[in-house]
Design a protein. Structure first.
Length: 265
């Protein structure tokens, strides 16, 4: 059981229909017999998801306990992949009108989002005739184009509204490779240091959380050994891309055309 894969980050890259099909083959929480792994994975999911949903401060311990009990009682037939994917869909606005968390990542808020995801999943299964006899399918060209469009629209809307998109880092390599984003190594190092300070300050607001304490120690330790932190690198890329693309926000169409235009076109 220790070798059982209970969460695969790659599933988060699947299109909506492909993901729902893939859930037929995913390990359900109820199928995981290692209670320690379950609790640890739920704790990790709570911490990462609260951060992505822009909830300030640490999630209180009593809220964590409440969420864990609710998940194991009401959503044990979900996979851990689905817990992450549900909040990705919520963040992208796919589940309908967004649920307001009022800066409280608690069981009530989490339950509302997961209920919306469950209803959405049922609708997709009925519409696409997905059942236990369905065969896994490769993501089609049309599905990939749809994913790309929704991703770009989400990045555009976040930059337009907040001046920054958490997911903008996914565009960094292609913009740099195409010559649209030109940042020297010295500036990259400056941005990394700026983002490190901001990130550590954010984490210190949640310093009462044991997992956050461990994360802070790990970052400081790796920095002392001359190693860069992957989360800070991602944040640095998001900052760089968001700052660059802020000049192309007249309309989504012009934004998309700029991003998608290949060199020489």
């Amino acid at each position: 059981m220790s070798n059982l894969v209970i969460y695969n980050p790659k599933t988060q890259e699947l299109s909506e229909v492909s993901f729902v099909r893939d859930t037929l083959n995913q390990t359900l929480i109820s199928e995981v017999k290692d209670s320690v792994r379950i609790i640890n994975e739920i704790s990790r999911w709570i911490g990462e998801t609260a951060l992505m949903m822009k909830v300030n401060g640490a999630v209180p311990q009593h809220h964590k306990i409440d969420i864990k009990e609710m998940v194991l009682m009401r959503f044990k037939n979900f996979s851990f992949n689905e817990l992450y994917y549900a909040f990705k869909m919520e963040r992208f606005g796919i589940l309908g009108e967004k649920t307001t968390h009022y800066q409280s990542f608690d069981a009530e808020y989490v339950g509302k989002v997961l209920d919306k995801y469950l209803e959405w999943k049922r609708e997709v299964k009925v519409r696409e005739n997905i059942n236990s006899n369905s065969k896994p399918m490769e993501t089609s060209k049309e599905e990939r184009a749809e994913i790309r469009l929704k991703f770009l629209r989400n990045v555009y809307n976040e930059i337009k509204t907040n001046g920054h998109s958490e997911d903008a880092w996914l565009l960094f390599d292609e913009l740099e490779k195409s010559g649209k984003l030109l940042i020297g190594n010295s500036r990259k190092k400056e941005i990394y240091q700026e983002q490190k300070v901001q990130y550590l300050n954010q984490l210190k607001l949640k310093v009462l959380d044991r997992d956050i304490k461990t994360k802070i120690k790990r970052i400081i330790s790796s920095e002392e050994q001359g190693q860069t932190n992957s989360e800070i690198k991602r944040r640095s890329k998001s900052y760089s891309v968001s700052d660059h693309l802020s000049d192309y926000m007249d309309s989504f169409e012009s934004f998309r055309d700029y991003v998608e235009t290949k060199p020489g076109q």
